[in-house]
Design a protein around this ligand. Sequence first.
Ligand code: XIL
Length: 342
Amino acid sequence: EVVSLKDSYKNDFYIGTALSADQIEEKNANEDSLIEREFNAITAENIMKSMFIHPQKDKYDFALTDKFIAYGEKNKMFIHGHTLIWHSQLAPWMQKIKDSTEMKAFMKDHITTIVSKYKGRIDSWDVVNEALNEDGTLRKSIFLDKLGEQYLVDAFKLAAAADPKVDLYYNDYNNEEPAKRAGNIALIKKIKAGGGKIDGVGIQAHWKLGYPSLEEIEKSILEYSALGVKVAFTELDISVLPNPKDFSGADVNQKFEGDPKMNPYPKTLPDSVQVKLAERYASIFKLFLKYKDKISRVTFWGVHDGQSWLNDWPIKGRTNYPLLFDRDLKPKKAYNSVIQLK
Ligand code: XIL
C-alpha cells in the first residue's frame, strides 16, 4: 500500500502544493507523479497574478491558467485561485492608474472577467492578498490610495457577483501574530458589515523553526473560526536559514550575497537540523489535526526544496530546506514525521 500525504489526511483537510510556471508548462514526469501521489489541492505560485494574467489593459493571458486548471480537473484536485487584488506583481500599466474612477473600472473588469471565466471550475479565491501592515493597520497601496478602505468590501462584492458559489478568502502573512491578527479580525468584520461575502481567511504560514509559537497559531485558528470563516494555511514553508533583521531595503542582496553566515548549509542540511525541522512540522500538524474541523486546507509553497522561493528570498542564491521533499524529490524526515501522526 502506497502511503501519501493526501491519503493520510483525506478525512481531515486538503493537502495542497503550489505549482511553478515550469511545472505547469513543461510537466516534468517525475515531479508530476509526486504531485499526483501526494497532493489533492493546487495553487499557481505566480501565473495567475495580475502582471501575468492581465498584462495590458485590454489583454488577458489565460493560456497557462487554462493548463493549470485542466491539470487539476484531470486529477480531481481542489483548485485555488491566487490572487485577484494584491499590491505586488502588478502589471506596469496598473501602476499608472491615476484616479478613483479608473481604479474602480480596473477592479470591476479584472475581478469580473477572471472570476466569471472560471466560474464553477475554481473552488476558492484569494480575493485580496496582504492588505495589512504588521501593526494591523491598512497597508499603503495603490488601491487604498485611490479608493480608501472601501476597496476591500468592493473586491469581495465583485467576486461574489461573478461566482456566487466560490469560496472567497482574505490571505496574508504573519496574521497569526497578535497585532496583525487583531487587524485581520477587524477587516473580516468590516467586509461582512459592508455587505461583502467572505468565507475564509488564509494564513500564509511562511514560518521558521522557532517562529511563530504554537500558542499564537492555536489562538488564530480559534479566533478566526469564531467569526464563522474557514481557516486555510495557504503557503506553508519553514525556513531553516537566518534572516537579516531588516530585509525590506533594495540593498539586502548587495549586503549579504555570498555571506557564509547567511547560507550556512550550502550542500546538505545537517542531521541535527533535519530532526529539528521534522519536530517542528510534527508539532504544527498535530495542532492542525486538533482543529481539523475548522481547517479547510493546508498547502505547501512548492513541491520540493529545489523549487522553493526561499532559496532566493529575502537574499538571492541561498540553499534553503523548507519543504517535505528534498532536491532529488525524496521524502525528508519531516515528511515521515507528518505521516507518522496518522
Ligand atoms: C512568491 C513566489 O513564490 C515567487 O516565485 C515570486 O517571485 C514572488 O512571490 N506571499 C504570496 C505569494 O502571497 O504569492 C508569494 O509568492 C510569497 C509571499
